[in-house]
Design a protein around this ligand. Structure first.
Ligand code: ADP
Ligand code: ASP
Ligand code: MG
Length: 407
């Protein structure tokens, strides 16, 4: 007997037919003698729809009420799956975030799970009942509903698996594993049998949305055995593992892209000590997450240009902050461009190999794709390019690093 957390994403929960399919998969695990808790996402597109209602109601919606609205999608699918399981002869009930409870910070819309009470769920599971838990939601100390950021159901599942000391956390989604890049863009992407936590974390943080970044962080910390699988086929999935588990080491694990960035350039900034602090201090105070930063050398007249990226949704806020600080920073002009994208290559093999970045720069240059900014870490190189070239760049890099599957 194993204790398993199964998580089903939005596409897997989209409609009665698919929910019945999910119930059948859960039933198979119960019939095999396992204890099961299920974490569900809202139906595909539902969270976007609810976010849209909030924006229509007010662009500056109260974040506490925004969470009440957007958490509702998962409440519906949790109840529907419990009904479908019961109809299939499997005892089941739903446990909403506040009923367990799943305690979280009060950072509405980006809350972090702080602890999950498991007594009730464990007792239910021991009775042979499936516990169905809505992903994405928690409850703050003030007793208010919170949400965990987009894609947060993955994190709910891993946190629940850690709290229940589950043997496995199986993430069922609309692809059958983690690939060398998004298989929807590159049909010749290859499925990875295994990937290290470190590489998965980096890939997730640079845009591969198959797992939410925070879920990988948590799995790594709590040593949760995570597997990514398809809701629709029985193909073997991808196991996320520690680096020392026997692995065939490739130089590059994968290529990821992120369209959620926007570029800001401050022109004619005085080239004096303390100026970057004057730029990034107020942005940090406004909770803007600055990502890539490039500062040019001064051209003689004592001024320089500073380019950086911010999340696209935070571009208006960033420009507002910079506008207010104009006389303090003393820049000549501010330019912005939301039509950019970040492309990254990730691999632990980079730690011991030179030349990885050069391969990237050459491959993009050969296609005439201009690089607007660069950042690197020990196992990653990222470049900023015009958004229109995203798909081409991902394909070109996938080929350049020898990742294409045989035709
Ligand atoms: P879910 O609703 O199940 O949480 P998501 O849409 O959040 O599903 O994540 C799955 C999607 O992630 C896939 O449909 C795929 O387009 C995308 N994706 C991006 N990069 C990768 C990758 N390297 N491997 C697999 N899928 C990826
Ligand atoms: N429904 C939420 C979202 O779309 C959470 C999730 O599916 O992981 O972001
Ligand atoms: Mg997801």
């Amino acid at each position: 007997m194993a204790r398993i957390v199964m998580k089903f994403g939005g596409t897997s929960m989209a409609g009665s037919e698919r929910i019945r399919g999910v119930a059948a998969r859960v039933k198979r695990e119960i019939d095999a003698g396992n204890e099961v808790a299920v974490v569900v996402s809202a139906m595909a597109g539902e969270t976007d729809r609810l976010v849209g209602f909030c924006r229509e109601a007010s662009p500056l919606a109260d974040p506490r009420e925004y969470d009440v609205v957007v958490a509702a999608g998962e409440q519906i699918t949790a109840g529907l799956l419990a009904i479908a399981l019961q109809a299939a002869g499997v005892p089941a009930r739903s446990w909403l975030g506040w009923q367990l409870p799943i305690r979280s910070s009060a950072a509405h819309s980006v809350a972090r799970i702080e602890g999950i009470e498991t007594d009730k769920v464990l007792a239910a599971m021991a009775r042979g009942e499936v516990a169905v838990v809505p992903g994405f939601q928690g409850v703050s100390d003030a007793g208010r509903v919170t949400t965990l950021g987009r894609g947060g159901s993955d994190t709910s599942a891993v946190a629940l698996a850690a709290a229940l000391k589950a043997d496995r956390c199986d993430i069922y989604t609309d692809v059958d594993g983690v690939y060398t890049t998004d298989p929807r863009i590159v049909p010749r992407a290859r499925k990875l049998e295994r990937i290290t936590y470190e590489e998965m974390l980096e890939l997730a943080s640079v845009g591969a949305k198959v797992l939410q970044t925070r879920s990988v962080e948590l799995a790594m910390k709590e040593k949760v055995r995570v597997q990514v699988l398809s809701s629709f086929t029985d193909a073997p999935g991808t196991l996320v593992v520690d680096e020392d588990e026997d692995m065939e080491r490739e130089l590059i694990a994968g290529v990821a892209y992120d369209r959620n960035e926007a570029k800001v350039t401050l022109v004619g900034v005085p080239d004096v000590p303390g100026v970057v602090a004057k730029i990034f201090g107020p942005l940090a105070d406004a909770n803007v997450n600055v990502d890539m930063i490039v500062q040019n050398i001064a051209k003689g007249e004592g001024t320089t240009d500073v380019t950086f990226t911010v999340p696209r949704t935070q571009l208006p806020l960033s420009l507002d902050v910079l506008g207010r600080e104009r006389s303090v920073i003393n820049y000549a002009d501010v330019l912005s461009d939301a039509a950019v994208a970040k492309i990254s290559v990730v691999g632990v093999g980079m730690k011991s190999h030179a030349g990885v970045a050069v391969t990237m720069f050459r491959a993009l240059a050969d296609r005439g794709i201009n690089i607007q900014a660069i950042t690197t870490s020990e196992i990653k190189v990222s470049v900023l390019i015009a958004e229109e070239y995203v798909e081409l760049a991902v394909r070109v890099l996938h080929t350049a690093y020898g990742l294409d599957a045989a035709a």
